[in-house]
Design a protein around this ligand. Structure first.
Ligand code: SAH
Ligand code: SF4
Ligand code: F3S
Length: 452
């Protein structure tokens, strides 16, 4: 029995897919190319219209495999599956399983049943009351030095443009006992870096009526686990980022100097219409506090251009904010109507060409700012967690002549670093020192050095 899985969307979907692969493999399934698969799984994203449309065109393509082999079937999961549900069956008859993010744990069992009963169709679309705990599959020792650990599912914020609370459900925090257990087990398998995952990790525990620790308390316990070299978390909502969490960046040595803090807009009028519940002033106070406790912190953000009613002057305020804060990097998107959200019914929709122009202006400013940050790294001795061989060719002829392997990894702040490892590099070595010698468009280039 062979399967092929395609993933769209955020890190949470990537993590869910990885779990599904491991869980199917544990039941005797083998991952294969699309052409050879008996089961095709698609894990989908609905955050904007474009990723949703991608799912339909992808399924249109999968139809051809089914026409050639009517015994194969398709399972659609994730956020579009939760949103569209059983309506998939009318449009795509070869889809025999639809599952939402909470239904994931039951997918392997459902797939086995569907194989035995060819006339059956199943849907797993109910939201669970508690965090949907699932069997843990640990990597082999030394398989990867990085891992992601879910700490919450869903979101309670209902930002006016966002479909996520409708597709992932309300926020449910995972018990701190399970989180710590998983982190300990990962570290025992050679994991050095853990990233905690959730739509809004800062509100961890707030749905538990005092039975679970607060987010900064949880961070403190995880950071203290022996052997953990690096701790990160994503995503944060500015309105829930407490002073204690900010101060953790100064207090916890292995908490990496990196924070993704979605701003969305630099205009208070737009922020209010988005239902973000903070102002530009409070956001700037957080940034100032973060830089006070951790001057080397790298800040990144998400931005939406062309929200309904956004004027030129609102947009200029976003550009100003970008410049004032000096984000290392940002993800920026054109506003997209999502079914069932408040913003979809708002007046003052912005024409596509205006949105496109604003996006282009914003992204070119961001590229300039990112370059300034990357160039500021020149000459620094960075500590890099090695992820594998680098496909990039070395930049200057100076280091080309030294020979040795090219590797890639990330520095403390999460910047991508490609580096020359020198002849006889010990491939079991995972944390290395690299002298930064060149800034590329989105990454750094360096040369490995011995411990200073
Ligand atoms: N929970 C996270 C991420 C949510 S989705 C957070 O709150 O930061 C990731 C990003 O997609 C959002 O930060 C937002 O910038 C963008 N996004 C969400 N809905 C959107 C929409 N309808 N149109 C355009 N961008 C959207
Ligand atoms: Fe969406 Fe807002 Fe929740 Fe993020 S915090 S997932 S943008 S509703
Ligand atoms: Fe997309 Fe769902 Fe993640 S909508 S961004 S896959 S939470």
């Amino acid at each position: 029995m062979r399967f092929h899985l395609t993933t769209f969307g955020c890190q949470m979907n990537v993590n869910d897919s990885q779990w599904l692969v491991r869980s199917l493999e544990a039941r005797g399934w083998e991952e294969s190319a699309e052409e050879q698969a008996d089961l095709l799984v698609v894990n989908t994203c609905s955050v904007r219209d474009k990723p949703e449309q991608k799912v339909y065109s992808h399924l249109g393509r999968l139809r051809d495999y089914w026409l050639r082999n009517p015994d194969l079937f398709v399972a659609v999961g994730g956020c579009v599956a939760q949103q569209v549900g059983e309506a998939f069956w009318n449009r795509f008859p070869f889809v025999r399983l639809v599952f939402g993010p909470d239904g994931l744990a039951m997918v392997p069992g459902a797939v086995m049943r569907l194989f035995k009963e060819p006339d059956l169709r199943l849907s797993l679309l109910d939201f669970t009351e508690r965090f949907p705990e699932r069997e843990t599959f640990l990597p082999e020792f030394g398989e990867s030095p990085r891992a992601f650990v879910n700490i919450t599912q869903g979101c309670d914020n209902f930002c006016s443009y966002c479909i996520v609370p409708l597709t992932r459900g309300r926020q449910r925090s995972r018990s701190s006992r399970s989180i710590l257990e998983e982190c300990r087990a990962l570290i025992s398998r050679g994991v050095l870096e853990i990233t905690l995952l959730g739509q809004n990790v800062n509100s961890y525990g707030m749905d538990c009526g005092g039975t679970e620790p607060s987010f900064p308390e949880l961070l403190t316990s995880i950071a203290a686990l022996p052997g953990l070299k690096r701790l990160r978390f994503t995503t944060s909502h500015p309105k829930d980022l407490s002073d204690q969490t900010v101060e953790a960046f100064g207090r916890l040595e292995n908490l990496c100097p990196q924070l993704h803090l979605p701003l969305q807009s630099g205009s208070n009028t737009v922020l209010q219409a988005m239902g973000r519940k903070y102002t530009m002033e409070t956001y700037l106070e957080i940034v100032e506090h973060l830089r006070r406790v951790r001057p080397d912190i790298a800040l990144s953000t998400d931005l939406i251009v062309g929200f309904p009613g956004e004027t030129e002057s609102d947009f200029d305020q976003t550009l100003d904010a970008l410049q004032r804060i000096g984000f290392e990097s940002s993800y920026s998107f054109m506003y997209s109507d999502r079914p069932g959200t408040r913003a979809a019914c708002m007046h003052g929709k912005i024409p596509q060409e205006v949105k496109a122009l604003r996006l282009q202006r914003l992204q070119s400013l961001q590229n300039e700012l990112s370059q300034v940050h990357l160039r500021a790294q020149l000459g620094r001795l960075a500590q890099v967690l090695v992820e594998g061989p680098s496909k990039k060719q070395c930049a200057s002829s100076a280091d080309a002549s030294t020979g040795g392997e090219s590797m890639r990894g990330r520095d403390e702040a999460g910047r991508m670093v490609n580096f020359k490892a020198g002849v006889g590099f010990d491939s079991g070595k995972t944390l290395v020192f690299v002298r930064i010698v060149e800034a590329k468009k989105h990454s750094l280039w360096g040369i490995m050095e011995e411990r200073p």
